[in-house]
Write a protein that binds this ligand. Sequence first.
Ligand code: FES
Length: 206
Amino acid sequence: MSHFRPELRQRAEETVALYPERRSAMLPLLHLAQEQDGYLTDEGMIEVAELTGTTPAEVRGTAAFYDMFHLEPVGKYVVGVCTNIACLLAGGEELLAHASETLGCAVGATSADGLFTLEETECLADCNIAPCVQVNHRFVRTTTPDALDALVADLRDGKREDEIPPHGTLIRVKRSGGLRVSRQQIADERTRERAAREERTAKEGQ
Ligand code: FES
């Protein structure tokens, strides 16, 4: 039985079909798994392994390499405060300490109500609005303690849900047209590529 919800399972299968090698779909599939559960569960990673023809250990090893994937439960909102050089000079460390106080959790931890996880980040590439804060990978342009408190109050009250979806959601607009080519065409293309690769390898071995 699939761990993915039916619509996510369908999106996962369509995504796999887009790649010449199934394993190349691993990262987009991990994002789908994280979108469903908020973090990468064992069940989600097992399903990604099955879909990509890899092992759960390979999936876990890949996911562990990337900051955007979480292997443990996180809050509905992952708040990241940058303390890299531009943000450091603009008060990033002080804002991070303030965020820890406001959210009621240490850096790297999740608040008791499960709503927030606080992270210290490297440069988020928005250095001109420093110190830079992201929530669920959305820039929130919140540079002062007061602005951060207002943001947190809004999040607690559910007032920013249009702007900031729950953790794991990369984008809410989904491709609706399905694949523009049939699965058979993709399968044929894969077969041709595999044959060409084998032929080239055979020639190189002569
Ligand atoms: S140094 Fe903080 S966003 Fe670049």
